[in-house]
Design a protein around this ligand. Structure first.
Ligand SMILES: CC(C)(COP(=O)(O)OP(=O)(O)OC[C@H]1O[C@@H](n2cnc3c(N)ncnc32)[C@H](O)[C@@H]1O)[C@@H](O)C(=O)NCCC(=O)NCCS
Ligand SMILES: Nc1ncnc2c1ncn2[C@@H]1O[C@H](COP(=O)(O)OP(=O)(O)OP(=O)(O)O)[C@@H](O)[C@H]1O
Length: 202
């Protein structure tokens, strides 16, 4: 029996940071953001649909998607964001479930699905336990602005395009508080995985 953990949170609350810790423990992580990039590579069905919907202007000179431009469009216009989600989410979901089943067949005791929009896209049924990485909004905002060099307005638009992380935390099986240092976050993860009997207790 394997345990499938859905790892979620809001933008820049620390999912990738915790995902890296899972990998260091030898636990495979499937990253929805990476799959979201793969499904819009030139030649893919979703790539063609994105161009049909957003026009050739959304391409860079090398014919790949201009992600910065697309981000500016979809994070300021909810209708456009829903259109993009409608194109890419089914393709992401299909690849994610194929990868999940592959790791289960390989005999891994635990598999992690790192999905920013797990609740928004109603993917709860595809995982056994939901782990939310939480950070207070002020810390989230500062980290997002620093990481992406966004203005406060750009960062807030992205934060507000998702369910508030407090609400996600209230719906989770477990919450890791990532307000403090990465070391403290790792300690919370270690204790949780001991509780869930993924790691042996010392
Ligand atoms: C709009 C795009 C091109 C911007 O690309 P960019 O390289 O700037 O951002 P990146 O993909 O690394 O996403 C960064 C973070 O933004 C948030 N985010 C991305 N897409 C969305 C969305 N549709 N709604 C809400 N939040 C989102 C997530 O927290 C994600 O981790 C890209 O985010 C995209 O294709 N989004 C649609 C696919 C999607 O929903 N991905 C996220 C979960 S699968
Ligand atoms: N405990 C921490 N202390 C200091 N900085 C941190 C901590 N956790 C994460 N960060 C930094 O905050 C930023 C956001 O973290 P991370 O990329 O892990 O978030 P995320 O939830 O995966 O974001 P996204 O939804 O965009 O994929 C990164 O630059 C990361 O290095």
């Amino acid at each position: 029996m394997s345990l499938v953990i859905g790892l979620t949170g809001s933008i820049a609350t620390g999912k990738s940071t915790v995902a890296k810790m899972f990998r260091q423990l030898g636990i495979p992580v499937i990253d929805a953001d990476i799959l979201a990039r793969e499904v819009v590579e030139p030649g893919e069905d979703a790539y063609k649909k994105v161009i049909e919907t957003f026009g050739e202007d959304i391409l860079l000179d090398d014919k790949t998607l201009n992600r910065k431009r697309l981000g500016e469009i979809v994070f300021t216009d909810e209708t456009k964001r829903k259109q993009l989600n409608g194109i890419v989410h089914p393709a992401i979901r299909k690849r994610m479930l194929e990868k999940r089943d592959h790791f289960i067949r390989e005999g891994y005791q635990c598999v992690v699905l790192d999905i920013p929009l797990l609740f928004e896209s109603k993917l709860q049924e595809f995982v056994d336990k939901i782990l939310v990485v939480y950070a207070d909004q002020e810390i989230q905002l500062q980290r997002l602005m620093a990481r992406n060099e966004f203005s406060e307005e750009e960062a807030m638009q992205r934060i507000q395009s998702q369910m508030p992380v407090k609400k996600k935390a209230s719906l989770a099986d477990a919450v890791i508080n990532n307000n403090s240092t990465k070391e403290e976050t790792y300690e919370q993860l270690r204790q949780l995985l001991e509780k869930w009997q993924i790691l042996e207790t010392n």
